[in-house]
Design a protein around this ligand. Structure first.
Ligand code: ADP
Ligand code: ADP
Length: 229
């Protein structure tokens, strides 16, 4: 479904963030990119939805080169969740979730129904939370809203950058499990970035271990990654 072929990124200041990266992600698979800070995980993710252009190599989604695609069209098929989910502070939670469907011309009624359905799905009762504002939610709850909003356009692909990084460890474990269930149920293809090896092996069907200098050190199933010296 997603394929990176010899992808490299050198930033304008000469920093080599990613080098010669080959990665394939099957449909419905969750792949975790893990490794120390600064080893090129976020850069890799951003290249998939063309927030950043690779310096070398090609990225294919469903066999199509992402550079041949209009970025706006491309991102319709890709949900993107980051650690600091940028919710609109002056909009209610349901409006935050509805933003994308409304942009695509869905009716308000339909978009609202869908927003409530998604809120249920991520464990936020709309009867309680639909009318609240982001500052009235805990960190864990805001992350859930971020996931609901990313799902609103029903994208086949989800890119997640430390989605559970900002929440405390107890909540994180719960969010991880819930998200895993959701991903299986909705059969999303997911690339998830984390610096937490436990999270990577718990959640990933396969784990891509990055090393300093943007090199892929290992790409395998969790058991094999854990078994490595
Ligand atoms: P990770 O997500 O693994 O922490 P990043 O992909 O964010 O790593 O960064 C990889 C490398 O690229 C780091 O050395 C980082 O400092 C550098 N980098 C990231 N963004 C930029 C940028 N816009 N300009 C220059 N260097 C950058
Ligand atoms: P979590 O377990 O998700 O981190 P918290 O312990 O932070 O949640 O919050 C517990 C409850 O308090 C939640 O139901 C949340 O909606 C509510 N809450 C947190 N912050 C606020 C706030 N600023 N105003 C109103 N309710 C809040």
């Amino acid at each position: 479904m997603i394929r990176l072929d010899g992808v490299g990124k050198t930033y304008a200041d000469g920093t080599v963030a990613v080098r010669e990266l080959d990665l394939d992600v099957a449909r419905g698979e969750m792949v975790c990119l893990v490794g120390p800070s600064g080893c090129g995980k976020s850069t890799t993710l951003k290249m998939v939805n063309r927030l950043i252009e690779p310096t070398t190599g090609r990225i294919l989604i469903d066999g199509k080169d992402v550079t041949d695609e209009n970025p706006v069209t491309l991102r319709r098929g890709i949900g993107y969740v980051i650690q600091q989910v940028g919710l609109f502070p002056h909009q209610k939670i349901e409006t935050n979730v509805m933003t994308v469907p409304l942009l695509y011309g869905e009716s308000r009624k339909h978009a609202r129904d869908r927003a409530h359905e998604l809120m249920h799905l991520v464990g936020l009762d709309p009867a309680t939370y639909a009318g609240r504002y982001p500052h009235q939610l805990s960190g864990g709850q805001r992350q859930r809203v971020g996931v609901a909003r990313a799902l609103a356009a029903n994208p086949p692909v989800l890119l997640m950058d430390e989605p559970f990084g900002a929440v405390d460890p107890v909540i994180r474990g719960r969010l991880q499990e819930e998200f895993l269930r959701l991903q299986r149920e909705l059969e999303k293809t997911v690339i998830l970035v984390t610096h937490d090896i436990d999270e990577a092996v718990r959640m990933g069907d396969r784990v891509a271990v990055f090393a300093e200098g943007g090199r892929l050190a290992q790409y395998d199933v969790p058991a094999a990654v854990l078994g490595a010296p």
